[in-house]
Write a protein that binds this ligand. Structure first.
Ligand code: GL1
Length: 231
């Protein structure tokens, strides 16, 4: 069993693109909406929506298309997108959990670490339920928890408070630029999921959990933390 260091006790995970590949379903649903509105929305541009709430994402697409909508119309279309998205995730199963995630979560908990799920998605609990991941998190915060969007660190601060740990004793795992920024601003340790060139502000970037044991991550993060001040 890995001994958790004195310093790192909390593990805060983003959901879409970190735990499950739901980011692709969000993109599909937003793309369908953009197509209906005649707005060009190539997949590269989806990076800019990652971490944003449903309404903020819609407003970005409208901005890109130079379109105006009343608040009532926005609520309607946000709902339409959500129905499409829910249709796409309706049949999710535990097989869709990304490789290595479950063993990693199990190892963290076996080692005495506390786990939190912090997502801007209001569908986070439904995704966790259909993939049977709920029991692996001590704390679950969905898009209704934080009032301020990333890069404000509120969502991670709420997670740390619920875990009863200071940010400096928590590692955040996030795949989006705004999420990495939020973790840095909040004084958390941050492991990026994706390509190092896309997430230069992360302390460590891994492509996924598949080839990593808890000890590898702790060692790398602690080594970096001892050579720099975060925050
Ligand atoms: C919202 C947005 C998504 C994505 C998630 C955060 O999800 O609609 O595009 O940015 O937040 O990962 P939801 O609509 O499920 O609340």
């Amino acid at each position: 069993m890995t001994d958790l260091s004195e310093k790192m006790k909390g593990f805060v995970f983003n959901l879409d693109g970190v735990i499950v590949d739901t980011a692709k379903y969000h993109y599909r649903a937003w793309r369908r909406l953009a197509d209906e509105m005649g707005v060009d929305f190539p997949i590269e541009q989806h990076e800019q929506l990652r971490s944003l709430s449903r309404m903020e994402s819609l407003e970005k697409i409208l901005e890109w298309g130079g379109l105006y909508m009343t608040e009532a119309e926005k609520l309607h279309w946000a709902d339409v997108k959500n129905n499409w998205y829910q249709g796409l995730i309706a049949n999710m199963s535990p097989e869709e959990v990304l490789p290595g995630v479950l063993p990693f979560l199990m190892e963290v908990r076996r080692s005495g670490g506390r786990t939190a799920l912090s997502s801007a998605s209001r569908n986070a609990r439904a995704v966790l339920a259909s993939t049977q991941l709920e029991p692996y998190f001590d704390v679950i915060l969905d898009g209704s928890a934080a009032r301020k969007s990333k890069p404000h660190p509120e969502c991670f601060q709420l997670a740390a408070a619920a875990l009863d740990l200071p940010p400096a004793e928590c590692i955040v795992f996030d795949d989006a630029v705004l999420g990495v920024q939020a973790a840095r601003i909040g004084g958390f340790h941050i492991v990026g999921i994706g390509n190092p060139e896309d997430l230069p502000a992360a302390e460590l970037v891994i492509s996924g959990f598949e080839n990593y044991r808890l000890a590898d991550i702790l060692e790398a993060v602690e080594k970096l933390a001892s050579t720099e001040h975060i925050g």
